[in-house]
Design a protein around this ligand. Structure first.
Ligand SMILES: [Zn+2]
Length: 499
């Protein structure tokens, strides 16, 4: 048998100065859906996530909380893992940037290699710094003396820092992005990045700050007066998370897919590949860039009090409903809006009345025909009328349009509910039992296909849908269906929830 294809996927690592919000949850859901999809294809998957734990903002948040930075990030990271579990995120590796065994030695090793090559050098620097971004800003990122993202005034900073010789690699990185050696998806993000190369010119990038200004981070090897820039430290998690240079690393490197938000696309498509070229390492194959979530039309911000805790959402609606809403309502490759009325609407129409109702009606029907399962023939589960849907579903996922893949799946849900209504099935049972039996068979096959298509997105629900048609979840996209044995779920899949 041929070797399984490997699929190494990463998320960005959320910055632990604040708990995870719904935007972080979206990215984790997207990566999780892709990881599960590739497992369904039969690939061998390694899904890495983790937490970004250094820098001044963390130090300040810890001080405010009356904790040491380490105590603070320990608690924040533990809470993050709880959220991952609540959302059913199927990660294989979790890396923390305060990890002294795997992460810190990797970062130091990479630094020393770059220093030895002369790609890192020390120089006086004057720049405008945003503590929100933890970055020096370009002119285009400043309006009226304030960072355009954080709307906070930038600081004039004059200090001696280490620099990474980005200008030496910029041309090469631009070519890699332009020629899709590193495919930046979607296309409109790729264009933005390519514009940055010309707008921004080819300035070298500051990669450290004086230790007196940043008290919590990885010290520069052989120069404790400097702390590494938090971005350099964080980017290297993709190497340390699989044990840089070790056996795991040899198996999984390079990343097949990296999921990031548009605000950090610049770091991941310029700085990150440049570091890898300098380190003479293989490059990531695809970088998927998602947009931002607004809440009821407004930007998420602490001061507006509209930060949504994914944990609370899960407690009210259940994990699969939250997964469904985020992945269906927010276009994977663009900005989207979160609103409670919309969540409730989707829950009621798509899940409770759509899928839930279909499962309940199909299994009720089957119980009226105990012999129906015997009449079923083995056939390709995604065959016949289901083929165009399965095809569009796969294409949507490959194009990072997860919302479209779910829309395709719901075509089959809606078609099946329509079939019940249009054939007046509950009457047919009385008047034409053999025809009703035929419809039951089609519905069972549809549910089986729906169960499989749902596996990357709503794993718990997929398991219940498959069980309802007598299947287990250990199937693949190319699975063959077996005679089904209906099993009516004891409870509705999606109970009524008060708005
Ligand atoms: Zn900023």
């Amino acid at each position: 048998m041929a070797d399984k294809k490997k699929f190494y996927i990463t998320t960005s690592i959320p910055y632990m100065n604040a708990p995870l919000h719904v935007g972080n949850a979206l990215e984790l859901m997207q990566a999780d859906a892709l990881a599960r999809y590739h497992r369904l294809l039969g690939d061998e998957v390694f899904f890495l996530t983790g937490t970004d734990e250094h820098g001044r903002k963390i130090f300040e948040a810890a001080t405010q909380a009356g904790k040491t930075p380490q105590q603070f990030v320990d608690a924040m990271s533990a809470r993050c893992i709880e959220v991952l579990k609540a959302l059913d995120v199927s990660y294989d590796g979790f890396i923390r940037t305060s990890d002294e065994k795997k992460h810190i030695p990797t970062v130091k090793k990479a630094w020393q290699q770059l220093k030895a090559k002369g790609d890192i050098y020390k120089e006086n620097y004057r720049g405008r710094y945003c503590t929100g971004c933890e970055a020096f800003l370009r002119d285009t990122e400043i309006r009226d003396g304030a960072c355009i993202i954080h709307e906070k005034s930038v600081q004039d900073v004059y200090e001696e820092n280490y620099f990474f010789w980005f200008s030496k690699y910029a041309k090469e990185v631009e070519r890699l992005v332009r020629e899709d050696v590193i495919a930046v998806i979607p296309e409109h993000r790729k264009k933005e990045i390519l514009n940055l190369f010309s707008e921004e010119g080819v300035k070298d990038v500051s990669v450290s700050r004086p230790a007196e200004n940043v008290k919590w981070g990885i010290p520069v090897p052989n120069d404790e007066s400097q702390i590494m820039y938090v971005w350099v430290d964080a980017l290297l998690n993709y190497l340390s998370g699989i044990g840089f240079d070790g056996e795991q690393y040899k198996k999984w490197w390079p990343p097949d897919a990296q999921i990031i938000g548009k605000d950090i696309a610049r770091f991941h498509t310029m700085m990150w590949p440049a570091l890898l070229v300098a380190l003479e390492l293989d490059l990531p194959k695809k970088i998927y860039v998602h947009g931002h979530i607004s809440v009821e039309g407004k930007k998420i911000s602490k001061s507006l009090g509209n930060v949504i805790d994914p944990f609370e959402l899960v407690q009210k609606y259940g994990k699969d409903a939250v997964r469904y809403f985020l992945l269906r309502e927010i276009p994977s490759d663009d900005d989207g809006d979160f609103s409670f009325p919309r969540l409730h609407e989707r829950y009621t129409s798509d899940l409770q009345n759509g899928l839930g109702n279909l499962v309940s009606r199909t299994t009720t029907l089957a119980l009226k025909y105990p012999d129906v399962s015997k009449g079923l023939e083995t056939e390709h589960v995604l065959g016949k009328s289901r083929t165009p849907i399965a095809h569009a579903y796969r294409q949507a996922i490959e194009e990072f349009q997860l919302h479209r893949a779910l829309a395709e799946t719901w075509k089959l849900v809606n078609e099946s509910n329509k079939l019940i209504e249009e054939t007046k099935l509950w009457e047919t049972i009385q008047t034409d039992p053999s025809r009703a039996r035929g419809t039951a068979k089609t519905l069972a096959e549809n549910l089986h296909a729906i169960g499989i298509l749902l596996m990357p997105f709503l794993p718990e629900t997929a398991g219940k849908v498959l069980a309802a048609v007598g299947m287990t979840a250990s199937v693949s996209l190319n699975a063959v269906s077996h005679p089904v044995q209906f099993q009516k779920p004891a409870e509705p899949l999606f109970p009524k929830i008060e708005s």
